[in-house]
Ligand binder design. Structure first.
Ligand SMILES: [Mg+2]
Ligand SMILES: [Zn+2]
Length: 171
């Protein structure tokens, strides 16, 4: 089974601007691309799990979310990095009814584990809200780690994989 590093998207990989779908508003957090490259180089899957209720609210479409994620992959490719999988919840209970994927529910994480052969007990998540951490716990991940974008994501990822997964990564 594989080990994975799960990332919330908005506020962790990119600066939180609220309901983001436009490429021109996308700003990587310091160290975000380097963090993903570090995971790639150390045989850790990188998986994005993001609530995108803007779809249920009619603010943007799934196609626009896919476009933004394709832009992220192109930007990562410039440094030889990639995200292994994106999962997003397009729902919101007030607009589209209950679902099992909107964090704090663990549906996206559990789906990724099933589809990619990930061992949750040997995987961790970085999030900037309590519902991210709650989803990590509900999915049985080794740890859910609170991250604020004033910090350098690569530094935090390196320390965390050493602490929780005993990965003493190669640069
Ligand atoms: Mg967030
Ligand atoms: Zn959902």
């Amino acid at each position: 089974m594989r080990r994975a590093i799960f990332f919330d998207r908005d506020g962790v990989l990119n600066e939180e601007v609220g309901y983001l779908w436009q490429v021109e508003k996308f700003i990587w957090v310091d160290g975000a691309r380097a963090a993903i490259k570090f995971c790639n180089d150390n045989n850790l899957l990188t998986v994005v799990v993001t609530n995108q209720s803007g779809i249920a609210r009619g603010m943007y479409t799934a196609h626009e979310v896919d476009n933004l994620h394709a832009f992220m992959q192109r930007s990562l490719a410039e440094i030889g990095a990639h995200i292994d999988a994106f999962y997003y919840c397009p729902h919101h209970p007030e607009f589209s009814g209950e679902c099992d994927c909107r964090k704090p529910k663990p549906g996206m994480i559990l789906k990724a584990c099933a589809e990619l052969g990930i061992d949750p007990a040997q995987s961790i998540l970085f999030g900037d809200s309590k519902r991210d951490i709650d989803a990590a716990q509900a999915a049985g991940l080794r740890a859910g780690i609170f991250f604020t974008s004033e910090n350098n994501l690569c530094d935090v990822v390196k320390l965390s994989v050493k602490k929780f997964l005993h990965v003493d990564g190669k640069e």
